[in-house]
Design a binder for this molecule. Structure first.
Ligand SMILES: *Cc1c(COP(=O)(O)O)cnc(C)c1O
Length: 384
């Protein structure tokens, strides 16, 4: 197969829709266009049936029940509903929330909003690899703590948190545990019961599904999680998320989930080998290059590398036909160095020298070799 440019290595920002997902979605734009809330006729029932298939698929992927799945527009909305909803509903029990300083903005910003409402939020510093230790969580818990929110995998450095151990710490103290699994869902196995997860956010467009569709898992039993809705306007999604469901996108979410599950192990092995190859070339051919994040406890498709003596922006300019990112897409509009890299102890200069490579389902070995060659050449040019 011949190489096509530009090469896409930014799978943490978003992913292409898998053609099989698109095929599943298409009839739901025109032929089966019904409103899933219209239970009085065949059009609505057809849409409702399709949405229900996705609800089953998402629930099964998490080891949960279909009634525990609330559809949203994506992980940002799921995080907002989880954090604002659980904190406000838990106000009579306490006013303390724990998270980490390197969470995605879709967790940090709702936490800031909670602080404005009078909640007290602890932002735990992660270890140098980007993980938050269960013992740090345990030490931060107080009698006023009602919620802990920690990502399953970090979106910049890919580091995985020890969900099961963190869940156990929370469970022992009767504190709710939310995880933003936008990056991890579909890539590592996550079982909500085993991991003691009470709330989990996921997004379709990070697993080769469409943008604008996601879900929040809300535990229904032991304990039954109570959430205050953030939006008002109808009884959809058990009163937690009103608004007409985006049926085609949710059909896409279901198809994406089924594919991710069926192909996860094979894909993980393949993507990890490509990532390791890219990592080995960049580390050996660019003097002083270093990896940000954990070397093993990280997403298979993630590679975040610092290039001492370079500015990541300049390197990217020199390699315009390979799409990578400096920091995350969500914050690259602001010139500040990545709060994640600063949070794991990198200096501002080190952070500004770092690039995130994200590999995924459609990344090929040829693309990885071409990308490595271009970055090595750009580094040599600048050093010459
Ligand atoms: C992409 C991402 C989000 C935002 O998800 P959307 O579906 O785009 O709203 C939130 N958290 C993490 C960790 C992400 O990677």
């Amino acid at each position: 197969m011949s190489l096509k440019f530009p090469i896409y290595l930014d799978y943490h920002a978003t992913t292409p829709v898998d053609p099989r997902v698109l095929t599943a979605m298409l009839p739901y734009f025109s032929e089966h266009f019904g409103n899933a809330a219209s239970r009085t006729h065949a059009f609505g029932l057809r849409a409702e049936a399709a949405v229900s298939v996705t609800r089953d698929a998402v629930a099964e992927a998490l080891g949960a029940e279909p009634r525990e799945i609330v559809f949203t527009s994506g992980a940002t909305e799921s995080n907002n509903l989880a954090l604002l909803g659980a904190a406000r509903a838990g106000r009579t029990r306490g006013d303390h929330v724990i998270t980490s300083s390197i969470e995605h903005r879709a967790v940090l910003d709702p936490c800031r909003a909670l602080e404005h409402e009078g909640f007290w939020v602890t932002y735990l510093p992660p270890d140098p690899f980007g993980a938050t230790s269960p013992s740090a969580v345990a030490a931060a818990l107080t009698d006023r703590t009602i919620l802990v929110s920690l990502s399953a995998a970090n979106n910049e450095i890919g580091t995985l948190n020890a969900l099961r151990e963190i869940g156990r710490v929370c469970r022992k103290r009767g504190v709710l545990f939310h995880t933003d699994a936008a990056q991890a869902f579909g890539k590592i196995p996550i079982a909500v019961h085993e991991a003691g997860i009470d709330l989990l956010s996921l997004s379709a467009h990070k697993i080769c599904g469409p943008k604008g569709a996601g879900a929040l898992y809300v535990r229904a039993l032991n304990p039954k999680v109570r959430l205050e809705p953030v939006l008002f306007g109808g009884g959809h999604e058990r009163g937690l998320r009103p608004g007409t469901l985006n049926v085609p996108a949710l059909v896409g979410l279901g198809a994406a989930v089924r594919l991710a599950l069926a192909e996860r192990e094979e894909e993980e092995t393949r993507v990890r080998a490509l990532r390791d190859r890219l990592e080995a070339r960049l580390l050996s051919e660019i003097p002083g290059a270093f990896v940000n994040g954990h070397r093993t406890e990280r997403l298979a498709g993630n590679l975040n590398i610092g290039f001492p003596g370079f500015r990541a922006d300049d390197l990217m300019m020199g390699v315009r036909d390979v799409a990578v990112s400096a920091g995350s897409a969500c914050t690259s509009a602001s010139p500040e160095p990545s709060h994640v890299l600063r949070g794991i102890g990198r200096s501002a200069v080190e952070a500004a020298s770092s690039l995130r490579f994200g590999l995924g389902r459609f990344t090929t070995a040829e693309e990885v070799e071409a990308a490595a060659e271009r970055f090595v050449a750009a580094a040599r040019r600048r050093n010459a």
